[in-house]
Write a protein that binds this ligand. Structure first.
Ligand code: FAD
Ligand code: SF4
Ligand code: SF4
Length: 399
């Protein structure tokens, strides 16, 4: 029995899988609504209540400085760098910095558990969120499961386990909901290790993407949209396959991305303590954004296992972004020979380092702004954060 002074969630019950969620078509299946923390969904859901600025102030003790271009694009931060593991983890998405930090946090006793995503026994890309308690369980979660993943579905297990110190790994929409309910979790300390995220898909959508894009969809074990403007696939037999972005069958892929991800503006995971991606770094390196002292504490644990270099920025993205807006809008696909050629030219003269990251943010924000404006006009004003509004305003958008 609950009493009036007990938290609201103790009276609530999570929804069964398959039952529509409060955000309806916009739900990114972050997992919150699987748990009794659904009691806070109206406030916590990234698609019902966009509150990045308020949560940034809470998580990082200050808001992002919109007049500083690096903060406008990459969020509140103390430092950015390019880094890679001196001895990469075989089979990790990049060099395994995320898994290494999580293992180290468990081994040093900084945390008792790590929220991460393993795969289901029957499907290498089927997401299975867990709270890992050993480095082996963390390593079993390495590599992206490139689909929507209900990471927060494990939230009820935290209170049940009695854990007080936790690391959560996740993408922006998961972390927004997590930050919103953080104070209800009964933790002494929550660490948040985020990755950037864009263009995510349901498991069915992933299948369509693989079948439309790869020569051998069934054998793909890993893929990434890389800074050389190509999608790199790795297959079971170790062979590699690359497909230029400009050769993607955009007419067929237009509807493949989940509606949540077509209206998402938290590409850089604004609310994590530390972000580990790749897009602001030179090819082959990872890109690290240290947002606050907690993020620095996490990174310090692995300093002796990584090499680093300063971030760099080269080129000018603006014309390429402006040209890509109508091309995407009309679903134009170039013939493969032209796509290859364009890929080579853009790679030589195109944006690099932080300018590549800005290119990717601008292209996705303009596309997502148009999508939201057309499909959810009533939500637009409240859903687009101020930083995204400023970024989008740099371009001429079609009606
Ligand atoms: P690893 O050591 O291999 O660890 C990967 C971690 O990711 C694991 O801990 C696992 O729990 C977690 N994870 C796997 N799948 C998911 C999921 N679906 N949801 C939440 N967590 C998950 N970086 C960019 O710079 N630009 C991008 O556009 C970009 N898009 C991404 C899209 C998705 C869906 C994901 C999951 C990541 C994306 N990243 C992006 C991050 C990048 O691909 C790497 O994940 C990151 O650089 C870490 O690499 P690593 O080798 O250190 O990770
Ligand atoms: Fe619930 Fe998360 Fe879906 Fe929002 S995105 S409706 S919080 S499961
Ligand atoms: Fe969530 Fe945005 Fe990634 Fe979609 S693109 S899974 S909404 S963080």
């Amino acid at each position: 029995m609950t009493t009036a002074s007990e938290p609201r969630h103790l009276k609530a019950k999570g929804l069964k899988r398959g039952v529509p969620r409060p955000a309806k078509a916009l739900c990114s299946d972050c997992g919150l609504c699987d748990t009794h923390y659904i009691a806070y969904v109206k406030d916590a859901c990234a698609f019902l209540h966009q509150q990045i600025a308020e949560l940034e102030a809470r998580a990082h003790s200050r808001r992002r400085d919109l007049d500083n271009e690096d903060e406008l694009y990459f969020g509140v931060h103390q430092e950015m760098m390019a880094a890679r593991k001196i001895e990469p983890i075989a089979g990790a998405q990049w060099t395994g910095i995320v898994s290494t930090i999580a293992c180290q946090m468990l081994e040093t006793g900084l945390v008792e558990g790590v929220v991460c995503v393993q795969n289901t026994p029957e499907d290498r890309f089927g997401p299975m969120p867990v709270i890992a308690r050993t480095p082996e369980e963390v390593l079993a979660a390495k590599v992206n499961k490139p689909t929507l993943s209900p990471n927060l579905s494990i939230l009820e297990q935290i209170a049940q386990s009695g854990m007080k110190r936790l690391l959560a790994i996740g993408v922006g929409c998961q972390i927004q909901a997590l930050r919103a309910v953080e104070k209800e979790l009964g933790l002494e300390k929550l660490y948040v290790l985020g990755t950037p995220c864009v263009d995510n898909v349901t498991r069915d959508g992933l299948q369509k993407f693989l079948e439309t894009t790869s020569r051998s969809p069934e054998t793909v074990v890993h893929y990434e949209f890389m800074q050389d403007f190509r999608v790199h696939f790795k297959h079971e037999d170790g062979s590699a396959e690359t497909v230029p972005f400009f050769g993607l069958k955009t007419n067929k892929l237009k509807d493949v991305f989940a509606p949540s991800c077509m209206s998402c503006f938290d590409y850089v995971n604004s609310l994590a303590d530390l972000v580990v991606g790749y897009m602001g770094a030179p090819f082959g390196w990872q890109w690290l954004v240290v947002r606050n002292d907690t993020g620095r504490e996490m990174l310090n644990l692995v300093q002796d296992q990584i090499e680093t270099q300063a971030v760099m920025s080269k080129g000018d993205r603006k014309a390429a972004v402006q040209q890509s807006i109508p091309a995407y809008d009309k679903g134009v696909t170039l013939p493969m020979w032209a796509a290859q050629l364009m890929g080579v030219v853009i790679e030589r003269i195109g944006p690099k380092g932080l300018e590549y990251a800005r290119f990717s943010i601008d292209s996705h924000f303009t596309r997502n702004y148009l999508y939201t404006q057309r499909n959810y006009p009533d939500k637009l004003a409240a859903h687009v954060p101020d930083f995204a509004q400023r970024i989008v305003e740099q371009y001429d958008l079609p009606e």
